[in-house]
Design a protein around this ligand. Structure first.
Ligand code: MRU
Length: 350
C-alpha cells in the first residue's frame, strides 16, 4: 500500500541495546548499517558523516549519552554522573555548527541529573522521546510549510533535509513531501550539493525510494533555473538559526537566498526549534565548520584537482534574515523574520 506520507526511511535506530546507523557514506550504492555500542564510536560516526543533518546528529548524540551512561554506571555506580562528562565532551567536539547536537546533549545531561539508580532505562526513554518529538515536529512543519505554497509549481531544495537528516520525514523535505501529497508541487529540483553530494546521493535516493520524482542540477545551474520562472519556492533546512533569524545551512544556501530574492522567488527555511540558538544575536556568531580540503580535491578516493592545488572547504554559510521570506518551526510560521518575531515564537509552548 502506498505510504500517504511518502516516508519509508529511517537513518537512526535503537536496536537490541545498540545504536544502528544507516551508513550515509555508502548511499546510494549500498544500504549498509553500522552497529555502535560506545560513545567514541558515536562521536566518530558523526564526525565521519555516517550520520549527518542537524536533527539526526542531535538524536544520535542523545543515544550516544545512553551508551555512555550504561558503560559508566557498569564501571562505577557511585560516580557515573561525573564520569559521563568526558563522553559528553567527546560528543560535543564531533561537529561544531548544528546546534541540535548541543541542545540534545544538554537535555540528556539535565535528565541524567534527576536520576538515581541505574540510569539506562530512563535515559533511553528520554533519547527515544527526543527522536519521536523530532518526527512529530517534522510532520507539523510539513503541513504548515505546505500551506505556504499557494499556487502549484516547482520547488528547489539544497543538501539533504529528509528522513536521512532527521528522526524521520524531514524538515524542508518534509514540507516538500506534504506539498507533493497535497498536489502543490509539480516538480522537485535538487542541487547536487558539492562536495559531499548530499543532494545527488541522498535527497535523490530518498525521493526516488518514496516515489517522488526529482530532477538534479549542479548548484551552478540554480541561477539559470530560477531565471526561467516556474520555481515558486526555494526550500531549505538549517543547522543553526540565530535570535534574529539569520540561518546557517549547507554551503551554497546563502547564494540560493540571494538568487531567490533577485529572481522574485520565495525562500523558506524549515527547522525545529531545537535548531534555534537564542544565545546568538546574529549569524556572524555561528561557528562554521571547515572540513578537510581532501573532500574538495578528491572524489571517492580519486583526485579530481590538479596536484598541488589547495582547497577551502567551509561546510556551511549563513543566509541573512532579510533574504528569508518564511521560517517554519513546529511552533509556527514567521514571515520576514525579525528578532522580535523570533522571541515571540520561541516563547510559545508546543
Ligand atoms: O554537512 P551535513 O550533511 O550535516 O549538512 C546538513 C545540512 O546542511 C542540512 O541542510 C541541515 O542539517 C538541515 S537537515 C534537516
Amino acid at each position: 500500500m502506498p505510504n500517504p506520507f511518502h516516508d519509508s526511511i529511517r537513518a537512526v535506530e535503537w536496536s537490541n541495546g545498540a545504536l544502528k546507523l544507516l551508513d550515509q557514506r555508502a548511499l546510494p550504492r549500498q544500504r549498509e548499517h553500522l552497529v555502535i555500542e560506545d560513545t567514541a564510536g558515536t562521536a566518530q560516526a558523526i564526525k565521519d558523516m555516517v550520520v549527518r543533518g542537524a536533527p539526526a546528529i542531535g538524536i544520535t548524540a542523545a543515544y550516544g549519552v545512553v551508551l555512555a551512561a550504561r558503560a559508566c554506571y557498569a564501571r562505577s555506580p557511585a560516580t557515573w554522573k561525573q564520569d559521563i562528562e568526558t563522553d559528553l565532551e567527546l560528543l560535543a567536539r564531533s561537529r561544531p555548527t548544528a546546534v541540535n547536537l548541543f541542545w540534545a546533549l544538554e537535555r540528556m545531561r539535565r535528565h541524567a541529573a534527576t536520576l538515581g539508580g541505574d540510569p539506562y532505562p530512563a535515559l533511553l526513554a528520554e533519547a527515544q522521546r527526543i527522536h519521536e518529538e523530532d518526527i512529530a515536529a517534522n510532520r507539523r512543519m510539513g503541513e504548515m510549510g505546505a500551506e505556504l505554497i499557494q499556487s502549484p509549481g516547482a520547488v528547489l531544495t539544497h543538501c539533504n533535509t529528509g528522513s536521512l537528516a532527521t528522526g524521520g520525514y524531514g524538515t524542508a523535505l518534509g514540507v516538500i513531501r506534504a506539498a507533493y501529497a497535497a498536489g502543490r508541487v509539480s516538480q522537485v529540483f535538487a542541487d547536487e550539493t558539492r562536495p559531499w553530494l548530499q543532494g545527488a546521493r541522498l535527497t535523490a535516493w530518498e525521493l526516488v525510494e518514496d516515489r517522488i520524482p526529482v530532477t538534479l542540477l549542479c548548484e551552478g545551474a540554480a541561477a539559470h533555473l530560477l531565471k526561467q520562472g516556474g520555481v515558486r519556492w526555494v526550500i531549505v533546512g538549517a543547522d543553526r538559526i540565530a535570535a534574529n533569524g539569520d540561518t546557517a545551512n549547507k554551503i551554497g544556501t546563502y547564494s540560493l537566498a540571494i538568487l531567490a530574492r533577485h529572481h522574485g522567488v520565495k525562500f523558506m527555511v524549515v527547522a525545529p526549534t531545537s535548531t534555534v540558538d537564542m544565545t546568538l544575536a546574529g549569524g556572524d556568531q555561528i561557528p562554521i565548520e571547515i572540513r578537510a580540503d581532501s573532500e574538495v580535491l578528491t572524489h571517492a578516493g580519486h583526485p579530481v584537482a590538479a596536484q598541488g592545488a589547495q582547497a577551502w572547504n567551509p561546510a556551511f554559510d549563513v543566509a541573512p534574515a532579510e533574504l528569508i521570506d518564511a521560517i517554519v518551526t513546529e511552533r509556527g510560521v514567521i514571515l520576514s523574520p525579525t528578532p522580535e518575531k523570533m522571541a515571540v515564537m520561541m516563547g510559545r509552548q508546543d
